[in-house]
Design a protein around this ligand. Structure first.
Ligand code: CO8
Length: 399
């Protein structure tokens, strides 16, 4: 399904729609919404490719030895060895931050060891959300009093309810309302933008507390290296109220979704009733990486081309591309399709080597780390893409 997320600001707007039904809206001055702050929290602990591969290979060797007869009889597949060189070459990833490293490299465990927190303690995910939120609030010069909407958007929330966003709201002393969304950052930024634009919120805090390593299958050679943990945040408010030193007008937003099971986790509340194993492999991150690569790159580059076209802009008008950090070849291919040449780091920064894929947080990480050098009037694009499939983007201009 393809859907558009137009923003209607009355006669001051210029909205354009292309043949695929994607809509971008270019705003002029009235009710202009800005990004006024961003925050990034990363764990102290990280796992290098070398550590990860060494642990996986030991696990695979033990598995193969323990199941030698079945493997020889052809009833069980041998576990192949992983390689650091392959990981760097295929993905650009050299390490990943881990909220808890303990347990991940333990061949008898192969998953992080997290404590169970009591119901009256701050949850793991709310804790990392608060870290990133505080930095974004500081950058925007906003206290809790000035914020009235909190959105937590990420690949997983650690429980169904109460919403992590509401817990964060309480921890920070924010009045108003909050909710969780299981989708990439741009979709949450769109919701925040629209709420501030129409006045249902004055100032929104959007947080991406990505605790992904607990859902990674570290026994699967094809995907054990892809994800890392991190937390990011952004503040959105009206340009009129913004006093931040670095702020960005949101000129246009656009979103598209297209159903696919090629990135999937079957983890969910039905496991209890369906008598299926809640810890089976299909309840962890699963993907057909080649198909994802083949299908998401054209979807994203066409989406971005349409966004610019519908906004009356050209790719050459964009000073910086803050793209989701999925895989270095995906990011390069998307940019090549747009620019007709290789992008350089200054145009489209990459942080995969340090952070790996951090789902909804990836494009916010690159924005946070690489925006202060832009000059007033410079234009950039924030774009997230991935599971769903879902692609969302925003055109922003430095004030
Ligand atoms: N070590 C050594 N060899 C390996 C390894 C390994 N670890 N893994 C695979 N190989 C082998 C394969 O078996 C294959 O061997 P052969 O040629 O003999 O069959 C060979 O290497 C090549 O394998 P592939 O063709 O599979 O390798 P690719 O070059 O396609 O790279 C990737 C694999 C890196 C997985 C690549 O396909 C990829 O990155 N695809 C895109 C995946 C992606 O981006 N997925 C995420 C999208 S969604 C998202 O980012 C948002 C968050 C989603 C929410 C979920 C959060 C948890």
């Amino acid at each position: 399904m393809k859907s558009a997320s137009p923003v209607d600001r009355g006669s001051e707007n210029e909205a354009a729609q292309d043949s695929r039904g994607q809509t971008a809206t270019k705003e002029k001055s009235m009710g202009m919404v800005v990004i006024s702050g961003s925050g990034l929290w990363k764990p102290e602990e990280f796992v290098t490719n070398k550590e990860l591969v060494s642990s996986y290979n030991e696990f695979a060797s033990r598995f193969n030895a323990q199941n030698a007869d079945a493997i020889a009889a052809g009833t069980l597949a041998e576990k192949p060895q992983s390689s650091s060189d392959f990981i760097v070459k295929a993905s650009g990833i050299r390490q990943r931050y881990t909220y808890r490293k303990e347990g991940i490299l333990d061949v008898e465990r192969m998953r992080p060891l997290l404590s169970v927190r009591a119901d009256d303690e701050l949850s793991h995910q709310a804790e990392i959300a608060v870290h990133a939120a505080r930095e974004a609030m500081e950058m925007a010069g906003r206290t809790a009093k000035g914020i009235d909407m909190v959105i937590v958007s990420c690949a997983y929330t650690e429980r169904a309810y109460p919403a992590i966003a509401i817990e964060v709201q309480q921890a920070l002393g924010i009045e108003g309302f909050g909710f969780d969304m299981l989708v990439a950052c741009s979709f949450a930024l769109h919701r925040a933008h629209d709420a501030v634009a129409v006045g249902s919120a004055r100032c929104a805090l959007v947080i991406n507390p990505e605790l992904i390593t607990p859902q990674v299958n570290f026994k699967d050679r094809d995907s054990h290296f892809i994800f890392g943990d991190v937390s990011t945040a952004m503040i959105l408010e009206l340009a009129d109220t913004c006093t931040a030193p670095h702020s960005y007008e949101i000129l246009a937003t656009q979103a598209v979704t297209q159903y696919s099971s090629n990135v999937r986790s079957n983890f969910g509340h039905l496991s209890f009733a369906s008598d299926s194993d809640p810890f089976a492999d299909d309840k962890l991150f699963c993907q057909d990486g080649r198909k994802v690569f083949r299908e998401v790159c054209p979807l994203t580059s066409e989406h971005l081309a349409a966004l610019l076209r519908n906004s009356g802009m050209d790719v050459s008008d964009v000073r910086r591309w803050w793209l989701h950090q999925a895989n270095i070849h995906m990011n390069q291919l998307i940019m090549r399709r747009l620019l007709g040449r290789e992008p350089n780091f200054d145009e489209a920064p990459i942080v995969l080597d340090e952070f790996a894929n951090t789902a909804s947080a990836g494009s916010v990480i690159v924005f946070h780390l690489y925006h202060e050098d832009l000059m007033a009037g410079d234009t950039g694009v924030i774009c997230s893409f991935g599971a769903g499939y879902s692609v969302g983007s925003l055109i922003v201009r430095k004030r």
